[in-house]
Design a protein around this ligand. Structure first.
Ligand code: C5P
Length: 242
């Protein structure tokens, strides 16, 4: 199915209240159809924010990065299915069985949603952590690829990764394996605390399926203009790859 440029954009509602998240949603109106609800907003607002977004016919990426025993994670996935969540994250380091149990919960209900995305290694961790704490003597990239492959074999739909890793992941897991990429900044823009960042144009050219954007839009003085600029770059990227 052909996707419009705006279908690639997910705006991250990284705000502490439902009221503030609705200011963003109302400001962006029909420009944006997909929103990410993360730990802070979900912990404060609970499922209500998901219900409100769904009533407004928005898609929801519930970024809870689940990590627990398989039975518990499967229970949380069942709740996400009932809320009609579109994308849901879980930690690949939770292991194959946990991911498989989560995915089976979706299949068991014959539901197409949520598409499950694995989180590989958090960008806040480094190679020393891999070696000292987990005893893994691999490079970051190799470990990310191994975890992505395990996620794929457990049946997950994709992973969250930096835009620089997209082509390697697609090579290893296939082009239909979804890669959602945070760390997006317009050329010349403020980088905030993102160590690795990519422009929307490069992310699309690299093959990203979804661009997860928070501060460049929600902290902007003109949210609509910022979202439009990002969508324009996505469009340019799509033309480049057509
Ligand atoms: O504000 P910014 O555009 O940096 O927000 C990106 C979103 O993606 C945030 O919700 C953040 O938690 C998430 N994220 C990230 N870096 C990762 C994984 C997720 O920035 N490595």
């Amino acid at each position: 199915m052909k996707r419009d440029a705006k279908d690639f954009l997910i705006v991250s509602l990284d705000v502490p209240s439902i009221e503030e998240s609705l200011v963003v949603v109302e400001n962006l109106g029909s420009l944006v159809d997909f929103y990410k609800v993360g730990l802070e907003l979900f912990t404060r607002g609970g499922p209500t924010i998901v219900e409100i977004l769904k009533k407004r016919e928005k898609k929801v990426f519930l970024d809870l990065k689940l990590h627990d025993i398989p039975n518990t994670v499967a229970g949380a996935v069942n709740a996400a299915i009932d809320m009609e969540v579109d994308l849901l994250t879980l930690h690949t380091l939770g292991g194959f069985e946990m991911m498989e149990a989560a995915q089976k919960a979706v299949w068991k209900k014959k539901s197409e949603k949520p598409i499950m995305l694995g989180v590989t290694i958090l960008t806040s961790l480094d190679e020393a952590f891999l070696e000292d704490v987990l005893g893994i003597e691999k490079t970051f990239n190799d470990e990310i690829l191994d975890l992505a492959s395990i996620a794929k074999s457990a049946g997950l739909g994709g992973v969250v990764a930096s835009a620089e890793e997209v082509s390697l992941i697609k090579e290893c897991c296939g082009k239909d394996f979804i890669v959602a990429t945070p760390g997006i900044r317009l050329t010349g823009a403020k980088k905030d605390d993102q160590k690795r960042f990519t422009t929307p144009f490069d992310a699309i050219v690299n093959g990203s399926d979804y661009l997860v954007v928070g501060r460049p839009i929600i902290k902007s003085e003109n949210m609509r203009a910022s979202a439009e600029a990002i969508i324009k770059e996505i469009k340019d990227g799509l033309q480049e790859t057509a």
